[in-house]
Structures are given as structure tokens and as C-alpha cells.
Design a protein around this ligand. Structure first.
Ligand SMILES: [Zn+2]
Length: 371
């Protein structure tokens, strides 16, 4: 049976009403509010007629009572906005940090990685559409509040927690609170995202995260609208904020044939990064493989990625990698002397020659968070 909004509210009320959330005085009248996984959203405002506007991302969803947000993870309930799956992830894995991808961040360590169903984008090429293009009431979830995430990350020997796979903007509150707690207990936090978020929300998040692997899906607003269901400008704003706040940033661009396989645009993107952020921001050019609604397209030819990497380097970027390609991420070279300072095979770290973040041969600092 297809679960519509109303049956979800009923199911949630029936199944999850055991523990009351402190501070929600109406809980006894509105059973869904009794769920530990339903919490008031962090950013929203009240409009007239019981409507609310979500303030988390640039979509700015305006929702009447009972309506669900575009990301499918928030709802207006009696004139207040709630996140529906706080502490209720559908995916949890222990991954090498390299898989995020984060190549200049704590090499060889593990990241406790989790996702909640939902996304504020509609990428035609989505690799994780089973969790991103559904809602938290339609996935099998774990009961894992922030303190349990932190305890599990420690138990599995992880140096960091990664918010990833789906779109963490859609589970902002859970991410934010988990990150704050994790940071307080000495763990790092990695935000893997489409960067489609409002400035106020990202500013607050930056208080608690240490690294961000952010997607720059194209350098054309038209392509963003068609391929992803978003806009370019807010993404660029996020990249600037994250970088200016001192969070370690790596930028990911998936090269989708016929959509973003445009050397001129990749050049413009690289130039923008060099001019507005830093030439040492790692730039990942990922090979597309046919997924979701783009099964008819071929994989990105490897020679195109090589040309794109050359173009990005010509625009001044020091660390350009090819992802999903054998050997494409295997070495980090010193930007000054060109010698290999970190070597890997796939996700496996073979050698890290850096000494306190500097090249052992010429002494140049290599940008990253190495210790
Ligand atoms: Zn060197």
C-alpha cells in the first residue's frame, strides 16, 4: 500500500508514541509528537492560516497544516514545522574516510557514516535514489540518537562521523546535534552534501563540523534546474561560507555526459574556486556511471576526465583528482616540489610521508587536516 501523509501520521502515532519529547507541551493531544523521532525544526517561521515556511534550504517550502516538505523529511503539524526522523537513520556504515571523498583529511582513518531518507534535490543521476528519493517513514530505520551515534563511532574506532549518502540538509537537526556532541567528545564531523542550504543554517553548522565534501554539480544555473532541481547561486554561497569559516573543504564535480561534460564550464568552475576560495582546495572530477533516470547515457570517457583534470590544473588548482577511475586518487603530490607525499591504492592508505602537514623533501606545507 502506498503510504500517504495521513497514513504516515497514523502509523507514526501508533508505532512510536512511547517516549515523550521534553518541551512539547501538546504531546498528549497530538500523538505523533510523542515520537522521539519527531522534533521541532530548527529554522522555520509561522505564516497566516496555519501555514509555515521552512528556513533550512533555498526551496523555502511553504506548507499548510499536514503538508510535507520537498525533501520529504519535514512536515507542518498544527502550524509548527517538525523534522520527522531525528535519531532515526536508515543507513549506517563504517567507511574509510577516503570514500567520502576526503583525501586531505585524516588519511587512513574510519568515518562512522549515516543517512536519513530524503533529499532536497531531484538529480536524474542519483546514485543513492533508494534512500534519497523516498521519505523516512518508508525506509527501515535504526533508533540511534546523537549520543548513540557518538558511542558507536567510538566503539568502531572511528576518527569522525560523516553525514552522507542521502542529503544531510534534509536531516539538519539530527546532524547538527550529533556533530555538536561528537565534537565535544573529540570526534570530527564530515558533511557530505549538495550544499543547497541557507546561509544561517550553514553558519550554525560550521560551528560543529571539521570537513565538508561538497558537490558543485555544474556551473550553469539552467543545468542545475534540469539535472538537479536546484539553483547554482546558493551552492556557490555555501562554498564561500564553509571555506571562510575554516572548515576543511573538498569540492566534487560529477561529469555527466551531455549535461556537464563541458570543458569550458569545468575551466570556469576551477577558475572560480581558485579566485574565490583557494588554489589548494581539492577538486574531484568523478566519472559518471549510468544510474537512476540516466541509464541510457554512457559512462564518462576516461580521456575526457584526463582533459578536464589538465584544464582544472591550468586554471591554477593544485590538487585535482579523478574519482571512480583506477589510479585517479592514488597519490597526493607536494604542490612545490611535485614529489609524492601520500600514496593510496583505492581507499587503502599505503604511505603518508607528511611531517606535521609538510613535505619531508622540501618542507612546503600541504593544505589539509593531517593529524
Ligand atoms: Zn615538496
Amino acid at each position: 500500500m502506498k503510504t500517504n501523509r495521513r497514513t504516515f501520521l497514523k502509523a507514526a502515532a501508533a508505532g512510536l508514541a512511547s517516549s515523550l519529547v521534553p518541551g512539547l507541551g501538546q504531546a498528549d493531544q497530538n500523538p505523533i509528537l510523542g515520537s522521539a523521532h519527531v522534533r521541532e525544526a530548527r529554522f522555520w517561521e509561522r505564516l497566516d492560516d496555519g501555514r509555515v515556511r521552512c528556513g533550512t534550504c533555498p526551496h523555502g517550502c511553504v506548507l499548510a497544516d499536514g503538508e510535507r516538505s520537498h525533501c520529504r523529511a519535514k512536515a507542518n503539524f498544527s502550524g509548527r514545522l517538525y523534522t520527522l526522523s531525528y535519531g532515526n537513520p536508515c543507513t549506517v556504515h563504517v567507511d574509510p574516510v577516503e570514500k567520502k571523498p576526503a583525501l586531505h583529511f585524516l588519511p587512513g582513518t574510519r568515518a562512522f557514516s549515516l543517512a536519513v531518507a530524503g533529499c532536497n534535490f531531484r538529480c536524474l543521476n542519483c546514485q543513492n535514489w533508494e534512500v534519497s528519493q523516498t521519505s523516512p517513514d518508508r525506509t527501515r530505520n535504526l533508533d540511534l540518537p546523537p549520543e548513540a551515534v557518538v558511542a558507536s563511532a567510538k566503539k568502531y574506532g572511528c576518527a569522525s562521523i560523516a553525514y552522507t549518502y542521502s542529503e544531510p540538509v534534509s536531516f539538519y537537526e539530527y546532524m547538527r546535534d550529533t556533530a555538536e556532541r561528537a565534537a565535544g567528545e573529540g570526534l570530527k564531523n564530515i558533511w557530505v552534501s549538495n550544499a543547497y542550504i541557507n546561509p544561517r543554517a550553514v553558519e550554525e553548522l560550521c560551528n560543529h563540523i571539521h570537513a565538508a565534501s561538497l558537490n558543485l554539480k555544474s556551473f550553469s544555473d539552467d543545468t542545475y534546474r534540469v539535472l538537479n532541481g536546484g539553483r547554482l547561486a546558493p551552492v556557490l554561497d555555501t562554498l564561500k561560507i564553509v571555506h571562510s569559516r575554516g572548515v576543511w573543504l573538498e569540492i566534487i564535480h560529477l561529469v555527466v555526459p551531455t549535461y556537464t561534460d563541458d570543458l569550458g564550464q569545468i575551466r570556469a568552475m576551477a577558475r572560480w574556486i581558485a579566485e574565490n576560495l583557494d588554489r589548494e582546495v581539492p577538486f574531484h572530477l568523478l566519472r559518471f556511471t549510468p544510474r537512476y533516470q540516466l541509464l541510457h547515457l554512457p559512462p564518462t570517457p576516461e580521456d575526457f576526465l584526463v582533459q578536464a583534470r589538465t584544464a582544472a590544473r591550468e586554471e591554477g588548482l593544485k590538487h585535482v583528482y579523478m574519482g571512480n577511475v583506477p589510479g585517479g586518487t592514488d597519490v597526493i603530490v607536494c604542490p612545490d616540489c611535485g614529489r609524492v607525499v601520500v600514496s593510496r591504492r583505492g581507499y587503502l592508505l599505503l604511505e603518508n610521508r607528511l611531517v606535521h602537514g609538510a613535505c619531508p623533501d622540501c618542507g612546503a606545507a600541504v593544505a589539509g587536516r593531517w593529524e
